[in-house]
Each structure stands twice: as C-alpha cells, then as structure tokens.
Design a protein around this ligand. Structure first.
Ligand code: FE2
Length: 297
C-alpha cells in the first residue's frame, strides 16, 4: 500500500495476519444453525418473484438451503468451479484497502458471527447470514462475478483520489441495493442488503414510497445514501452485462478529477436527466422512517 493512501485506523487483532483472514471459520452451535435455518425460511417466503433469477439460481447451485450455516471451504469449492471465486472468513470489519485487495483477487471476505434471536430482525454490522446468503449467490453469476472483481480493482484508485465515498455509493446502489429489470413490469432485486431482509425485499420491489431510476454510473456516484433505514431511491440495471460495461468503460480517473468531495444529490432526489421507472411518493420517509412507526408502503 503506497504511503500516501489514507486507510481507516482499524486495529488489527493479533491472531490475524496482513490479509486479515481468520485462521478458520467459527464453529457454530446448533442454535446458530437453527437461526440460519429460520432466517433462510423467512427469506424464502418473500423472495420468489422478487429476487433476481440469477440470485435464485445461485442459491440452488450452491445448495445454501441444505441446513445450517454453510461451510466456507465446501462452498468455495463449488463457487470456484463456477466462477473462480472463494469465500474467506474475516473479523467483523476489515480496512478498505484489504477488502479491495481480496475482491480484486476473487475472494469474498465474509463475517464469521451470526446474529442472535434478540437481533434477529435488525443488525447494524453484517453477519454471516447477510454476507453469505445475501452476497454469495450472485458471485455464481459469471458477469456479476467479473463486476465484483473490477470493483475491487477500482478501490485503490478511488483511495488515491480520495473519492472513496463516491465509489462506496456505487457499491451501495448496486451490490447492496441494486434492482434489475428482467422484463416489462418485472423488476427484481439482486442487492444483498435487500435480499437478506424481509421488509426491504418487498419495499424495494413493490412499495409506492421509493424512487426507482435506471442506473447511470456518474449519477449514482454523486448520490448520498441512507445507512440504517430503507432506501428512498433504488437504481435499476438493464442487465449485468450493462452494469459491467458501464463500469469498465467509464474513465474513473477523469470522473474522480471532476467529482466534488461531497455528494451532489440527496438520496430522495430525482433530477432532469433521470430515466425514471417509478416516481416515489416518499410517504415512508415523510412520515419519519424507521422508529416512527411508519408503514413501509
Ligand atoms: Fe453487504
């Protein structure tokens, strides 16, 4: 890592090396496995018809519903045969530059711990259910798998330009909260943040409140986002090929030089150039959002 690149001052636990990898995956209790199974079942009640076909196919190909927290080694072997990716266990948070380095080498760092019954509905930090159930199925899609690698490669460049916030927005609105248009009037979710929770899986795809706008990489990288509530806006891609193309063909050096350090657009904004699929009422947001008792309509 060049000395002029800023990295977050996270303290590295003594038992992990420079790669921040845990020596092995946590040993899960039967209660942990039961929590995984219950979370899995809850998602399967809402995802068919709402999750992208590529995601549902990935769940199947990797057999993630066979019961209990999946074994990373076994899962990586299967995933490796499909797209050359593997899943590696890390402590809760790892520094950005290490995260990008793993992605650039087709390794997906996944959290080890699983939430408890007390935090079943909402957790701040991503756990193994979010990371594996939410993210890993999409890594079995060859084009999306390439996109994730490109994203990792783009990371260090963004750090050198001090534009990590902008690149982070792209991750947020694609990898975490992305929607895809699978046919006329058929919008599905492929983002892990949507797919690993029951409320947002319905809200993102069907609710009247949020905007749904066709994705434009430049526009997204100038847009703020919400971390701890449902999104006021989702961006929709035509296909994973289109997402990949928009990203690799864009001259990020030039983009970073022209991007201001702060976001230009509010997370609920619709601007002139937007190709709007659905203009949201923002009712949920206007009624106060999370904690206000507002229904996610
Ligand atoms: Fe995530």
């Amino acid at each position: 890592m060049p000395a002029d690149v800023f990295t977050a001052p996270l303290k590295r636990p003594e038992h992990v090396g420079d790669d921040w990898l845990e020596p092995q995956q946590t040993h899960y209790t039967s209660e942990d496995d039961a929590i995984w199974n219950d979370l899995f079942a809850r998602q399967m009640d809402v995802l068919p018809g709402r999750a992208a076909s590529a995601f549902m196919a990935g769940l199947e190909k990797l057999d993630l519903g066979k019961g209990g927290v999946p074994d990373f080694k076994q899962m990586s072997e299967e995933l490796g045969k499909l797209t050359g990716w593997s899943v590696v266990p890390v402590p809760m948070l790892i520094p950005d530059h290490v995260f990008f380095w793993h992605l650039a080498n087709r390794r997906f760092p996944a959290g080890n711990f699983i939430r408890t019954r007390e935090t079943f509905d909402y957790i701040q930090e991503p756990d193994v259910f979010h990371d594996v159930f939410g993210h890993v199925p999409m890594l079995s899609d060859p084009t999306f798998a390439d996109y994730m690698q490109e994203y990792g490669k783009a990371g260090w460049k963004a750090m050198r330009y001090n534009r990590l916030k902008a690149l982070g927005s792209l991750y947020w609105y694609t990898v975490e909260f992305g929607l895809i248009e699978e046919g006329p009037d058929d919008i599905r979710a492929y983002g892990a943040g949507i797919l690993s929770g029951p409320t947002e899986a319905v809200f993102a795809v069907e609710a009247e409140s949020p905007n749904r706008i066709m994705l434009n990489v430049d526009r997204v990288m100038r847009t703020d986002y919400v971390i701890s509530d449902l999104q006021p806006t989702y961006f929709v891609i035509e296909s994973f090929e289109d997402l990949y193309r928009q990203t690799v063909e864009r001259d990020f050096d030039r983009l970073y030089r022209n991007l201001p350090p702060a976001f230009t657009y509010a997370n609920s904004a619709i601007i002139d150039v937007d190709n709007v699929v659905h203009r949201g009422t923002q009712e949920y947001l206007l009624r106060g959002g999370r904690g206000s008792g507002a229904a996610p309509v």
